[in-house]
Write a protein that binds this ligand. Structure first.
Ligand SMILES: Nc1ncnc2c1ncn2[C@@H]1O[C@H](COP(=O)(O)OP(=O)(O)OP(=O)(O)O)[C@@H](O)[C@H]1O
Length: 282
């Protein structure tokens, strides 16, 4: 076992003709880490992930995935990574189980197809032909295909698009299980709740660059950022922005004999921070 990170990227550059998609991009993902890459449409997330997967050439920069340059990754390297691309793919003529068994055949040490179907909640659709699946079920099949080879690094590009809330929760359980078992996971998502639930660290990409990296709970200092305290006063709703909300609550408690009516203390959510980061109007 090496202490080399699972993913190491420095100075990555990629343009499509004169459209710069990724520039000055750095990223390190440690082994066993679950890392979520966030960013608005067109920020460059898929381009980065496809370069890491060896599916897209880069213009410049150093890229290592499992200590290998993806441009030179052979069959052995490829068998150690799992990919869930943004677009679903299925053989029209095969059932769900046949598709999974077919892909399992490409890997030296695949997971058990029955167990994988169970884990993604597709056991009931085992004998269905892939094109007959609903959008969310096709996405689950793509996740199953991504993990069937028991990868050391799993790339997931917007894996839960089209999932209903229950399926999304099941998927989070599945990915947490992989994380706990030591699989490195790099996912892109537009669901901030997903990033918050799943990721050890998140990175926010803006305009092809990594704008901020950190723990979801503390990224950008959001845990110590000013909070909003609100309560019902004699004249109606009172709202105060303060970096020390405890002091305000203590003062309010001194002024009220019992409960402070309508008391709320709101810290910036990950979504608040994210929207500020990407410069979106609020
Ligand atoms: N094959 C391509 N040819 C030309 N331009 C491309 C190609 N793929 C991506 N781009 C451009 O590169 C930029 C980054 O796109 P990319 O798909 O990497 O962003 P993204 O962050 O994954 O977006 P989304 O959240 O919408 O999936 C965009 O301006 C996009 O138009």
């Amino acid at each position: 076992m090496t202490s080399e990170p699972a993913v190491r990227v420095t100075g990555l550059e990629k343009a499509y003709h004169d459209n710069v998609a990724v520039t000055g991009f750095d990223l390190t993902v440690e082994r066993g880490e679950v890392f979520a890459l966030l960013g608005p449409n067109g920020a460059g997330k898929t381009t980065v992930v496809e370069i890491l997967e060896g599916h897209r050439d880069r213009d410049a920069g150093q890229v290592r995935v499992l200590d290998t340059d993806p441009k030179r990754g052979g069959a052995d390297w490829r068998s150690r990574i799992g990919i869930v691309p943004q677009e679903d793919f299925a053989f029209p003529g095969l059932t769900v189980e046949e598709t999974l068994r077919h892909f399992a055949g490409y890997y030296p040490h695949p997971r058990d197809p029955g167990e994988v179907l169970e884990a993604v909640g597709l056991t009931g659709k085992r004998t269905a032909r892939a094109p007959s699946l609903s959008g969310g079920q096709q996405r689950r099949l793509s996740v199953a295909l991504g993990v069937i080879g028991d990868p050391e690094v799993l790339f997931l590009d917007e894996p839960t698009t089209g999932f209903d809330p229950e399926a999304r929760r099941q998927f989070w359980e599945l990915i947490r299980g992989f994380g706990a078992a030591g699989t490195t996971v790099l996912l892109t998502t537009h669901y901030l709740e997903e990033a918050e639930h799943l990721a050890d660290r998140i990175g926010v990409m803006v305009g092809g660059r990594m704008a901020e990296v950190g723990d979801p709970a503390t990224i950008g200092g959001r845990d110590t950022d000013s909070a909003q305290v609100s309560w019902s006063g004699p004249e109606g709703l009172e709202v105060l922005d303060t970096p020390i909300p405890t002091k305000t609550v203590v003062e309010l408690a001194g002024r009220h004999a019992g409960e402070i009516p309508g008391l709320q203390v709101k810290r910036p959510t990950l979504e608040d921070f994210y929207l500020k980061m990407i410069g979106a109007p609020r």
